[in-house]
Design a protein around this ligand. Structure first.
Ligand SMILES: [Zn+2]
Ligand SMILES: [Zn+2]
Length: 216
């Protein structure tokens, strides 16, 4: 069974958790959500001694996708994800950057992801869940073997993704979490786009957005 490792690299003024995820057996890695601050990402790659074989995007917001085009060009590797419903966000990364005062380039992924697809990193296989709500094309990546997930901005420790940005939908977000994430099992640990890690069980029990009907 592949042994999964991760290094979290906070990037951009939004302190987004860019994640270098790798398979310890093959030392092959993916950079998940390179929003910016590529110098820090390059340093993490160097320190871990892995070979990056792809970039994975959980969704199209600038703090997650803003550095993807440059990193793809530099490393000559493909970009996989998010779901195509976030194309409008990825097309407008340069404008998003101007609004927030940092540079970003638009990016068109080499592969859009759909519910039920799988993404590999070395010998590791991640299942794709399409979880709209925070953005229409948000995806969550789950390793059922390793009991581990990357949830982007869908779910946080004690909170959920904001739904007031273009394409946001509060009801869809809660449905995504309740129908797709909670059934994965309480023992699943997850890295989210901002803030500390958590587990599905901790959020099921104590996240205020998931209690009762929990509709935003
Ligand atoms: Zn976001
Ligand atoms: Zn974010």
């Amino acid at each position: 069974m592949p042994d999964v490792r991760a290094a979290i690299i906070p990037v951009t003024p939004f302190q987004q958790n860019c994640t270098l995820l790798w398979c310890e057996k093959t030392k092959k890695a993916a950079v998940v959500d390179p929003g910016g601050d590529l110098d820090r990402i390059r340093e993490a790659i160097r320190q871990s001694g892995v070979t990056v074989e792809k970039i994975i995007l959980t969704h199209g917001h600038i703090d997650h996708a803003g550095g993807a085009a440059e990193l793809r060009e530099e490393l000559g590797i493909p970009v996989e994800g998010p779901h195509e419903a976030d194309r409008f966000l990825l097309d407008r990364l340069a404008e998003q950057g101007r609004n927030y005062g940092f540079e970003a380039r638009p990016v068109t992924p080499d592969r859009w992801l759909n519910e039920g697809d799988t993404v590999t990193v070395g010998d590791l296989t991640l299942d794709v869940l399409h979880c709209p709500g925070h953005s229409p094309g948000s995806v969550v990546l789950v390793s059922k073997d390793q009991r581990f997930a990357l949830v982007g901005d869908v779910l946080f420790q004690g909170s959920v993704g904001r739904v007031d940005l273009p394409g946001g939908d509060g009801k869809a977000l809660i449905r995504s979490i309740k129908d797709k994430l909670l059934p994965l099992g309480d023992d699943i640990a997850f890295i989210c786009g901002h803030g500390p890690m958590s587990t599905i069980g901790q959020e099921r029990q104590s996240n205020p957005f998931l209690q009762g009907e929990g509709l935003l």
